[in-house]
Design a protein around this ligand. Structure first.
Ligand SMILES: Nc1nc2c(c(=O)[nH]1)N[C@H]1C(S)=C(S)[C@@H](COP(=O)(O)OP(=O)(O)OC[C@H]3O[C@@H](n4cnc5c(N)ncnc54)[C@H](O)[C@@H]3O)O[C@H]1N2
Ligand code: MOO
Ligand SMILES: [Mg+2]
Length: 428
């Protein structure tokens, strides 16, 4: 008698997995290795930005009082005492009528309080001295970038849980973080089960197929921020599979198996979970592909029994494994982005289960997101995965869907786009 499984909705399955998810341990990594990790502690400013009053222009640092009566008719002439580039420190200016030639980023010379850019003045030689001619008055502070105008020492700048983007890297460098606190990457073991499986370097044989799931899942793990540990493929033999799975558990933070979760004679994962004493969180979800996606818990560790069918395996990972990983990594939002798109094709047949169509989304030239199936749409499909940048959600029910319907999509990669758009009137 085949075991009867009761399907649960996708959000319920996600909730069950997420009961096992909490932020992991914190480690420090060199700033050069911190890309795409998640910050485990907030970044604070350890000094003001700018750290000193400075010139934002190539020009002259002047004393505003000298320029009070300057005009085109009555120019003022200032003596240039020295030239200082960014990184240099000018000698204090003490006498009236003096100016310093400074470059962008140079600390304001002591005694000067305004900047006159090169374009607003001209250099002249008078009495064998280099002078500048000023034809307008400057107020105290004119064109100066002030110490602390952008941020003050002690200001919180980026919250813990933020992705380390290139912009966050800039702050880490600015505020002296050669080592960055991040959450440790969970180590996730992978077994691909199936007597039919050949490795990538093996020649095709009758009845056999190459193992694509292990490589795909390892990539999904890396992309999600985890560390994959591929243990190899296993033939459909209960004892061998049990021993391999039981042996790997102590070495990883979670274990993924692919295949062997349905009701076939050689689908051993349900029996393996039972023998391990793991409790099954779900083994049937009202979704397609991936309805047989199974998850179990062993002493707080998730065991992900992803389906053997490549598309089902892919979707099961994105919906259940990925948010668990992202939570361990401390991500503020562990879920895929869900947004609206216009359906590019009819789906006339109703389906009782929610479908997650492997899709290619694109912004059309009016800026709207459109979504189309990425190719062959069965659970067994592997070719469409290469073109998939989103999953289109078609909720189960009694009706089909029409091209032009607004539907939800989960974004996996950046949708295709078009070059920067500007209104015609602004294209000058
Ligand atoms: N009587 C029923 N049969 C099936 C049901 C069902 O409810 N009743 N469910 C179907 C659904 S839905 C799916 S999905 C599959 C799930 O199968 P398993 O997770 O048990 O996986 P396997 O049986 O091991 O393999 C299924 C399929 O996938 C291929 N495969 C397996 N591993 C890999 C790999 N590493 N790389 C590439 N392809 C792989 C395998 O050769 C099979 O073709 O069950 C349905 N059956
Ligand atoms: O688990 Mo199966 O993919 O629903 O087709
Ligand atoms: Mg099977």
């Amino acid at each position: 008698m085949i075991e009867k499984r009761t399907p649960i909705p996708v959000p319920t399955a996600q909730e069950r997995i997420m009961t096992l998810a909490r932020a992991g341990e914190v480690e420090k990594v060199p700033i050069t290795e911190a890309d795409d990790r998640v910050l485990a502690e907030a970044i604070y400013a350890d000094h003001d930005i700018p750290p000193f009053d400075k010139s934002p222009l190539d020009g002259f640092a002047v004393q505003s009082a000298d320029t009070e009566n300057a005009s085109a008719e009555t120019p003022v002439y200032l003596e240039v005492t020295e030239t200082v580039g960014a990184g240099g420190v000018a000698a204090p200016v003490t006498a009236p009528g003096q100016a310093v030639r400074v470059m962008t980023g140079t600390m304001m010379p002591e005694g000067c309080d305004a900047i006159c850019m090169f374009e607003l003045t001209k250099e002249v030689t008078r009495n064998n001295k280099t002078m500048i001619e000023i034809t307008r008055p400057f107020k105290k502070g004119d064109f100066v970038s002030f110490k602390g105008e952008e941020t003050k020492k002690g200001d919180p700048l980026v919250e813990a849980g933020s992705d380390i983007t290139p912009g966050v890297k800039a702050l880490l460098a600015t505020f002296g973080y050669p080592e960055v606190p991040v959450y440790r990457k969970p180590v996730v073991g992978i077994f691909a089960t199936g007597t039919e499986l050949l490795e990538v370097d093996e020649a095709m044989e009758p009845g056999k197929i190459r193992n694509s799931n292990a490589y795909m899942v390892a990539s999904q793990l890396k992309k999600a921020g985890a560390e994959p540990r591929y243990y190899g493929k296993l033939a459909d033999d209960f004892d061998a599979c049990y021993d391999a799975v039981a042996g790997a558990i102590s070495e990883v933070d979670a274990l993924i198996t692919t295949g062997g979760v349905s009701v076939g004679d050689f689908d051993y994962l349900p029996a393996i979970y039972e023998k391990l004493g793991a409790s099954v969180l779900f083994n049937k979800i009202a979704m397609r592909p991936g309805s047989v996606t199974t998850a179990a818990e062993l002493d707080g560790m998730p065991l992900f029994g992803l389906s053997g069918n490549p598309s089902a395996c892919f979707v099961g990972f994105e919906l259940y494994t990925r948010p668990w990983i992202r939570t361990l990594l401390g991500a503020k939002n562990p879920y895929l982005i869900q947004t609206k798109a216009l359906l590019g094709q009819d789906f006339p047949k109703a389906n009782p289960f929610t479908r997650l169509i492997r899709s290619e989304t694109r912004f059309d030239d009016t800026g709207r997101l459109t979504t189309r199936p990425a190719g062959f749409d069965k659970s067994s499909a592997v070719t469409s995965l290469a073109h998939t940048n989103a999953l289109t959600i078609l909720p189960g029910g009694t009706r089909g869907y029409k091209a032009g319907d607004e539907v939800d999509v989960l974004l996996l990669n950046e949708p295709g786009s078009v070059p920067l758009r500007l209104p015609e009137k602004n294209r000058t």
